[in-house]
Ligand binder design. Sequence first.
Ligand code: SF4
Length: 369
Amino acid sequence: MREAVEKDISIYIHIPFCEQKCNYCAFASFCVSESEKEKYIEFLCKEIEKRKSSRPVKTIYIGGGTPSVLSEEQIEKVVKAVYKNFDVYEDAEFAIEANPNSTTEEKLLKWKKLRVNRVSIGVQSLSDKSLKKINRLHDRKMAIEKIKLARRYFSNVSADLLVGLEGESGKDLSKYALELLSLGIKHISCYLLEVYEGTKLYDLVQSKKYLPLDDDKTIEAFNKLSNFLVDKGMERYEISNFAFLGFESQHNLNYWARGDYLGFGLGAHSFENNRRYRNSDKFSEYYESKVYEENLTSKEIIEEEVMLGLRCKLGVDLEKIKNLGYDLTKNEYFADYLRQGIIKRNGNVVTLNPTFYHISNTIIANLLP
Ligand code: SF4
């Protein structure tokens, strides 16, 4: 990772469009017409121009939704707006999220030309039965084909897997992970399936037409998958993320380090000089440039430092939070956790032992002011 330079900044660009809604999806993602996409891209480019800054950019992340639904011309417009208005490091990490269905060779080539160097593919499962049940547009065969295609142009390819899908044990997930690794995947994000009210999956679960794993089985499956990935040489560098050395997401590490970032697009969050604000997540308000401020109290800043630091390998800087008014070493659980090896101390930095990531919520809650 680049040595931290105070002025560096990250850029996030949100593309809130998908070709079809997945059953479990509670994100603000929409299936819209081409003309609506065009309107959004036009406005997005204007927003990027309006908020130009002289701060050098160390990472760019285009997320969604499904950014790969954009045409080559649309993505080019957006990226050119960034290059025109920001000073982006030559070696900046530049990631884009993609779904197998909308990833084509032409798009991969265009991304490469635009200096994208990391592609994150939404695989979720390699079981046709599971993929169909959660209403994904791709099947196993297509996921594998598109990963192979992406690997032809990019060495840094990540895949997402969902944990907790009906009938998918840790053994199944490890089998999928092995297939992903054999295709040259260097980073895997493992997310727990959440059943949110208002989603199609919620109704299916209510009417017992879909039976996700219960909490214990989900944790068991996650732990099995996690052990498998670590055995294969990956590092669990954050609660949900595994990578081979050098393939950690620099963009996400910046979030967890509470580094500054600018978010462009519908509902995108920004964090600049301790000021948090976000664009509206309603199209009508977004097009009126409505921005919501989120002022943090000093207690909230300390809580963020502890929560974000402990969920990844960066850890918490004791000196930094002491200067903010919290001496973590005086917390009633601190010494005990240290003795039990639940947390580790290296100079001024305290990290959570990844073996205990599955109970991180409780540990972190106990360590808050
Ligand atoms: S691809 Fe992602 S954002 Fe789009 S509907 Fe599916 S889960 Fe939601």
